[in-house]
Design a binder for this molecule. Structure first.
Ligand code: TUI
Length: 314
C-alpha cells in the first residue's frame, strides 16, 4: 500500500502507533515498526536521558524506521528535542501544543516532523512552519484531546493543507481506516488498539479494562482546567467529575491525578488510576499482536472499500 506517508517515512503500511505516555516504550514501538508500520516512543514526561536509552533500545530491536513523540507540556521537552537530533531519530511527532520553537533545529537535522493537531488553524500554521505532514486527531481519542470529532476534523484539515494528513481518533479496524481514507487521510494513527496489543508492556488489568469497555464507558476529565483528558470511567473519574462540578481548585484536581496514569499502566490500579483510552475501546475485543493488528486493518480496509464500491457499480 503506497501513499505519500509510506513514501515519506519509508514504511510498508500507512499505520502509525500513537505516542502514548507510559505505554509507548521501545518494545511496542519496535514491534509496530517490525510489522511494517511506524512505531513511536512516547517521551511523555520522561527525563531526556530516559528517552535516549529508549531510543537506543528500540534501535537495537529494529532496523526499520521508528519515531519519538514529544509531549509539549513536558518540562523536559527542550532537552528531549535535542536528544532526538543527537540520536539521529528520523521522525518526530508532537502533541498537546505548538512545536514551532523546535522546527528549525529538527528540519536542519533532517528529521521528519509530524505535529498532532486538533484544529485547522494549527494544521495551517504547522504547514507554514515546515511540517512534513500532520496528524489530525479527533476528540474520540484517549488522553489529551481537542474539541472536534475525527469525522469533522479530518476533511477540513485535508482541504486546508497540501501536506499529507494522518487521521487519528476512533479508528481501530479496517472500516475505520477505509473511512479515514475516504475523508482524505493518507494514513491512520491508532493508540487504544496498540495499547491492547500483545507486545504492549501495559498491565493486564489495563488491557482487560479496554477489552471489557463498551461504547459509552469513557469520560472526559479536566474540561474546567483547560486540559481535557479522555479516560475510561472508574472511581477516579467519578470523584474528579464530582469535584469539577463543585468548582474545586486546580490544585485539588491535580492531586487526584498526580502519578495516576503510571499507577494504572504499570501497577494495574484501574480503579483509582487514570485509564486513558479512546471511545473506540468498545470495539476492541481481544489482545492481538502488532502484526495481526496491522495486517488485519490493511486487509479489512481494502475489503471494505471493494465491498462498498460495488454498491455504486452501474
Ligand atoms: O497529546 C495528545 N495526547 C495526550 S498528551 C498526554 S499527557 C497529558 N496528561 C495530562 C494532561 C495533559 C497531557 C495524554 N494524551 N494528543 C495530541 C493532541 N494535541 N491532542 C490535542 C492536541 C493539541 C491541543 C491544543 C495540540 C495543540 C493545541 O494547541 C496548540 C496551541 O496553539 O498552543
Amino acid at each position: 500500500m503506497k501513499t505519500r506517508i509510506t513514501e515519506l517515512l519509508g514504511i510498508q503500511y500507512p499505520v502509525i502507533q500513537g505516542g502514548m505516555a507510559w505505554v509507548a516504550e521501545h518494545t511496542l514501538a519496535a514491534a509496530v515498526s517490525q510489522a511494517g508500520g511506524l512505531g513511536l516512543i512516547g517521551a511523555a514526561s520522561a527525563p531526556a536521558e530516559v528517552v535516549r536509552e529508549e531510543i537506543r533500545k528500540c534501535a537495537a530491536l529494529t532496523d526499520r524506521p521508528f519515531g519519538v513523540n514529544v509531549m509539549l507540556l513536558n518540562p523536559n521537552a527542550d532537552e528531549v528535542a535535542r536528544v532526538i537530533v543527537e540520536e539521529g531519530v528520523k521522525v518526530v511527532t508532537t502533541g498537546a501544543g505548538n512545536p514551532s520553537r523546535y522546527m528549525e533545529m529538527w528540519k536542519n537535522a533532517g528529521v521528519k516532523v509530524i505535529p498532532v493537531v486538533a484544529s485547522v488553524a494549527l494544521a495551517r500554521m504547522m504547514e507554514r512552519t515546515g511540517a512534513d505532514a500532520v496528524v489530525a486527531e479527533g476528540m474520540e481519542s484517549g488522553g489529551h484531546i481537542g474539541q472536534t470529532t475525527t469525522m469533522s476534523l479530518v476533511p477540513q484539515v485535508c482541504d486546508s493543507v497540501e501536506i499529507p494528513v494522518i487521521a487519528a481518533g476512533g479508528i481501530a479496524d479496517g472500516r475505520g481506516m477505509a473511512a479515514a481514507f475516504m475523508l482524505g487521510a493518507e494514513a491512520v494513527q491508532m493508540g487504544t488498539r496498540f495499547c491492547a496489543a500483545k507486545e504492549a508492556i501495559v498491565h493486564e488489568n489495563y488491557k482487560k479494562k479496554i477489552i471489557k469497555a463498551s461504547d459509552i464507558d469513557s469520560a472526559v476529565t479536566g474540561m474546567s482546567t483547560g486540559h481535557p483528558v479522555r479516560c475510561l470511567r472508574n472511581k477516579m473519574t467519578r470523584r474528579y467529575l464530582e469535584l469539577e462540578k463543585s468548582g474545586a481548585e486546580f490544585e485539588e484536581l491535580e492531586k487526584l491525578t498526580l502519578g495516576s496514569l503510571r499507577n494504572a499502566v504499570i501497577d494495574g490500579d484501574v480503579t483509582g488510576g487514570t485509564v486513558m483510552a479512546g471511545q473506540i475501546s468498545g470495539l476492541i475485543k481481544e489482545e492481538k499482536s502488532c502484526r495481526e493488528i496491522i495486517e488485519g486493518i490493511v486487509r479489512d480496509a481494502m475489503l471494505a472499500v471493494q465491498e462498498k464500491g460495488a454498491l455504486w457499480e452501474n
